[in-house]
Design a protein around this ligand. Structure first.
Ligand code: ADP
Length: 284
């Protein structure tokens, strides 16, 4: 039976270290979170991010804007936050209403305050391996692999999903750490033939039950990023058939309690990293 990664405890211990480090800085690290509209999942995410800031001793500002807000108003708001020296990181909770261009909004965030590393300049820096921060889910997964002393170097890493937020940067990060990376997506012809090669299998497709045990190599490391909410029961499940795959894998993440808490902890780590850069206490 596989080792079950305890993302929750690990995230707690990371946040404690962040809090201790933040307490010794000349000022509090600051995060601004912008929520547009009233999607319950987005609201929950932003609430959690505020809670995490409080737990880490950070300064946080929250902007709740109606779904009817215009792109110009939102851009104006971002300009003002860009100019606010108390704020080190800015996040705009995605998705935005269809009337607003996500690309225009993301590109308006000052790159040095782009806490999610979604700005094209930072995406470019990631490709060169030079970005000070990485998107939170991929860096949370890397932190978890490191904490459990799982090497990436030379391993076959299969990434199922190629979203801009999770899959693409995850593959880049694994490549940066000398993994041999295979990207799978909707057009992949024989998904099982790909996943069976994986020493490290990371799944972020949003398809419950997608990965069954016959698709996993014995003693693989299996990371399930998905959070699929069953509309009738309200229960969250991943993309991996946990009960059967845990009998075959060497290690596996639970859903919930695996990648999710690590993602939250990495947002705090990114705010701290940007704050230290802004305070002249770290080199880019
Ligand atoms: P997330 O934000 O969690 O990464 P998205 O919904 O934005 O998720 O992206 C889902 C990704 O999963 C897409 O890249 C898509 O090609 C991939 N995907 C969806 N279904 C399958 C499938 N059945 N097999 C392989 N890849 C899939």
């Amino acid at each position: 039976m596989a080792v079950i990664f305890d993302g929750k405890s690990l995230a707690e211990s990371i946040k404690r270290k962040i809090m201790e480090e933040a307490a010794n800085l000349p000022r509090k690290p600051g995060l601004a979170a912008i929520l547009v509209g009233d999607d319950p999942a987005s609201r929950l995410y932003v609430n959690n991010k505020e809670k995490d800031c409080a737990a880490c001793g950070f300064f946080s500002r929250r902007f709740d804007l109606p779904a009817t807000v215009s792109e110009e108003e939102l851009l104006g708001r971002i300009d003002r936050i860009n100019a606010n020296a108390a704020i080190d990181g800015i996040l705009v909770q995605l998705p935005l209403p269809a009337s607003i261009s996500e690309r225009r909004i993301v590109e308006a965030i000052a790159p040095e305050k782009d806490v999610d590393a979604f700005h094209p300049l930072n995406v470019g820096r990631m490709v060169y391996g030079e970005s000070p921060v990485w998107p939170c889910t991929p860096s949370g997964i890397a932190a978890m692999l490191d904490a459990y002393q799982i090497p990436i170097d030379g391993k076959v890493c299969v990434m199922v999903g190629r979203s801009d937020i999770v899959g693409k940067p995850m593959g880049l990060l694994l490549l940066q750490r000398n993994g041999t990376v295979i990207y799978c997506h909707r057009h992949t012809r024989d998904l099982a033939a790909m996943t069976r090669q994986a020493d490290i299998l990371i799944v972020a497709a949003g398809c419950p039950g997608l990965i069954t045990s016959d698709m996993v190599k014995a003693d693989a490391v299996v990371i399930d990023v998905a959070m699929n909410r069953d509309p009738t029961t309200g229960i969250f499940t991943g993309d991996v058939c946990f009960d059967e795959v845990k009998e075959k894998a060497a290690c596996i993440t639970p859903v919930p309690g695996g990648v999710g808490p690590m993602t939250r902890a990495m947002l705090m780590r990114n705010v701290l990293t940007l704050a230290k850069l802004h305070m002249g206490l770290a080199q880019p």
